[in-house]
Design a protein around this ligand. Structure first.
Ligand code: B12
Length: 477
C-alpha cells in the first residue's frame, strides 16, 4: 500500500516571503507515531507543510492528515483534492476530535482522540475492506507501542529534530486547555514505561532533546526515575512543567542533574480570581517568585506562558505582566490571547454567555480575539497582546532581564537566548529558506549549556563551530 501522511500548515507558515522559526522547530511526531503501525511492505511518506512544499499531484492508496484547529481549512482542502482523485482519506487529530461532524464531510474515515488503539484497528479493517466511518479511542496506553518511524522525518529541515514525547495529556483540568476535549472517554494522562522512554532517548543522535509532553513532571514517580537514569547520558534538554512541580523538593534538582536547561512554565496569569475561574487550581497560592529563583539557581532558563483576556483582566494587565516578567529575569515569554477551543469548558461557558464573536478557525491561533472579553474591549485586548510582545522583547527589557542575573556568563546566556529567539528573525528566515536551519542546532546547544568555560575546553569561535557542522550530522552523543 502507498501511504501519504500530511501535516498541513496554517497560512502564516506557508508564506513564501517570511518563515518564522517557530514553525521549523519540531517534526510531526504524531504522524511518525502512526507510521510505526504500517507494515514493512507499505510505501510511506510524511510531508510537513510547515517546512516543505506539498506535492499534491501523486496518487497514493491512502492519505492520512493530522488536523489542528488553525490548519483545519487547509487540511479539508487537501482532503477534498485527494478524494476527488478517488484516494481514501483519513482525518484525525485535535480538531477532528472537537468537530467530528465538520471533519466527516471531508473524509472517508475520521478518528476521535489519540490513535494508538484506533489506528491499528482501522488498518486491519482496511486490509479486509471493511473500514468504518468513525473510530473512537477508548483504550489508552503507551506500553508496547511500535517505535516511532523517525527514519521518515526529514531531520535537516528542523532546528530541534530530536523532539520526543514520553507521556500523553496531563492530570489537571484547566478550562482553557485542549486536553479534556481531546482525551474524553478514556484516560487523560498516561506515560510510557521508563525503560521504553530511555530506549527512545538512546536511539536519538546528538545531544539535544526537546520533550513535547504537556507536563513532563506530572507523575513524580515516572519523572524522578527518568531524570535519575538520564544522569550521565550527556544530554541537554528542554521541557514543560507546572509551577507546582518546580516547587516540589528534589524533582527539579534531579531534572537539572539529568540535563534540563530550559523549562516552559504555565504561569498564565498573576491574578488569583482568574486562576480560580479557569480551574487552574494547581497554580493557586504558589510562590511564582520562588519557582523562578529555583529554576535560575539550577541553571534552568524559563519560558513563561501567559494568557491575556481572562475575565478579571483589564487595561493594566499587559504592562503589569511584562514588568513582572522582566524584573524576574525571565528569559523568554510566550503570550497568548485566551482562545475558546471547541470542546473545552471555556468554549461552553463563553458560548452559553453569547460571547463568541468568530467561528473562523484560522483566527483560533491564540493571537486573535475571537470572543468578547469582560473588562476590556476586543480591540484593546488585541493591541495589548502585541504591546506585551514588543515590550518584553525590546532591547531595553532584554538587557534589564540579563542584568538581573548574578554572573556575566548568566547575563550573556540570557542575552543570547532571548536575542536569538526574537531579534534574529531575518537570520532565521534566511537559514530556513536555504534549508540550513539544522546547522544552527550547535548554537542552541551552546546557549543552553551556558557560557561558563568548561575546564580544559578549547576556545572555539561560535560561528566557526556552527558552520563547520555538516547538515543533519550533529555530534554523536
Ligand atoms: C509541537 C507542537 C507544535 C509545533 C509543531 C507541530 C507538529 N509538528 O506537530 C509548532 C511549534 C509548529 C506548533 C505550532 C502551533 N501550535 Co502547537 N503544539 C505542539 C505540541 C506541544 C506537541 C504536538 C505533538 O507532537 N504531540 C505528540 C503527538 C504524539 O501527539 P499528536 O500530534 O496529538 O498525535 C496523536 C493524536 O493527535 C492522533 N492523531 C493525530 N492526527 C491523526 C490522524 C489520524 C488519521 C489518526 C488515526 C490519529 C491522529 O494520534 C497521534 C498519536 O496518538 C502540542 C501540545 C501536545 N501535547 O500535543 C501543541 C498544540 C498542538 N499546538 C497548539 C497551537 C494552538 C499551536 C499554534 C496555533 C500556536 C501559535 N499561536 O502559533 C501553532 C499552529 C499550529 C498549526 N500548524 O496549525 C494547540 C492546538 C489546539 C488545537 N485545538 O488545535 C496545542 C494542543 C497546544 C495547546 N495546549 O493548546 N505546535
Amino acid at each position: 500500500m502507498k501511504v501519504k501522511m500530511i501535516l498541513p500548515a496554517l497560512t502564516e507558515a506557508r508564506s513564501p516571503f517570511w518563515r518564522p522559526i517557530k514553525y521549523s522547530l519540531f517534526p510531526p511526531l504524531g504522524l511518525a507515531t502512526l507510521a510505526g503501525y504500517l507494515s514493512p511492505d507499505d510505501e510511506v511518506e510524511i510531508q510537513d507543510e510547515h517546512v516543505e512544499t506539498l506535492n499534491l499531484e501523486d496518487s497514493p492508496d491512502l492519505v492520512v492528515i493530522q488536523v489542528y484547529i488553525t490548519s483545519a481549512y487547509r487540511a479539508y482542502q487537501i482532503a477534498d483534492h485527494y478524494r476527488s482523485r478517488g484516494v481514501y482519506v483519513c482525518l484525525g487529530g485535535l480538531h477532528v476530535t472537537s468537530m467530528p461532524e465538520e471533519a466527516m464531510q471531508h473524509a472517508d474515515t475520521i478518528f476521535i482522540g489519540p490513535g494508538e488503539d484506533t489506528w491499528p484497528d482501522f488498518l486491519a479493517d482496511l486490509r479486509t475492506w471493511f473500514p468504518r466511518k468513525v473510530y473512537i479511542s477508548r483504550n489508552r496506553s503507551l506500553h508496547d507501542t511500535p517505535p516511532i518511524r523517525r527514519d521518515l522525518i526529514k531531520r535537516h529541515l528542523y532546528l530541534a529534530p530530536n523532539s520526543i514525547v514520553v507521556s500523553r495529556g496531563c492530570p489537571h483540568h484547566c478550562d482553557f486547555c485542549y486536553k479534556d476535549a481531546f482525551f474524553q472517554g478514556g484516560k487523560s494522562y498516561y506515560t510510557q514505561r521508563v525503560e521504553a522512554a530511555l530506549a527512545e532517548i538512546e536511539r536519538l543522535p546528538g545531544k539535544h532533546l526537546y520533550f513535547l509532553d504537556d507536563h513532563l513532571f506530572a507523575s513524580s514517580r515516572f519523572a524522578s526515575t527518568l531524570f535519575r537514569e538520564m544522569r550521565g547520558m550527556g544530554r541537554i534538554w528542554q521541557a514543560a512543567g507546572t509551577v507546582q512541580s518546580v516547587l516540589q523538593p528534589g524533582l527539579l534538582e534531579s531534572a537539572s542533574a539529568g540535563g534540563l536547561r530550559s523549562l516552559f512554565v504555565g504561569f498564565e496569569t498573576l491574578n488569583a480570581h482568574n486562576l480560580r475561574q479557569q480551574h487552574k487550581m494547581h497554580n493557586l497560592n504558589r510562590d511564582y517568585d520562588m519557582a523562578i529563583r529555583r529554576l535560575h539557581d539550577l541553571g534552568i532558563m524559563v519560558n513563561a506562558s501567559f494568557v491575556f483576556g481572562m475575565d478579571e483582566d483589564d487595561e493594566s494587565v499587559f504592562e503589569r505582566t511584562v514588568s513582572w516578567a522582566v524584573s524576574r529575569g525571565i528569559e523568554t515569554a510566550t503570550f497568548h490571547i485566551l482562545t475558546p477551543y471547541p470542546g473545552t469548558a471555556l468554549h461552553q461557558r463563553l458560548q452559553a454567555e453569547g460571547r463568541i464573536i468568530s467561528q473562523d478557525w484560522d483566527l483560533y491561533d491564540t493571537r486573535h480575539v475571537v470572543y468578547r472579553p469582560k473588562k476590556i474591549s476586543p480591540e484593546r485586548l488585541q493591541a495589548g497582546y502585541w504591546q506585551a510582545y514588543h515590550q518584553f522583547y525590546s532591547w531595553g527589557s532584554i538587557l534589564k532581564g540579563a542584568a538581573s542575573k548574578d554572573s556575566i556568563p548568566g547575563a550573556l546566556r540570557h542575552l543570547a537566548y532571548a536575542g536569538a529567539w526574537k531579534k534574529l528573525e531575518s537570520f532565521w528566515d534566511a537559514v530556513i529558506r536555504l534549508g540550513q536551519v539544522n546547522r544552527c542546532l550547535p548554537l542552541l546547544e551552546r546557549v543552553l549549556e551556558g557560557f561558563e568555560r568548561q575546564p580544559g575546553a578549547p576556545e572555539t569561535a561560535l560561528v566557526e563551530m556552527i558552520w563547520e557542522t555538516p547538515p543533519g550530522t550533529e555530534r554523536e552523543g
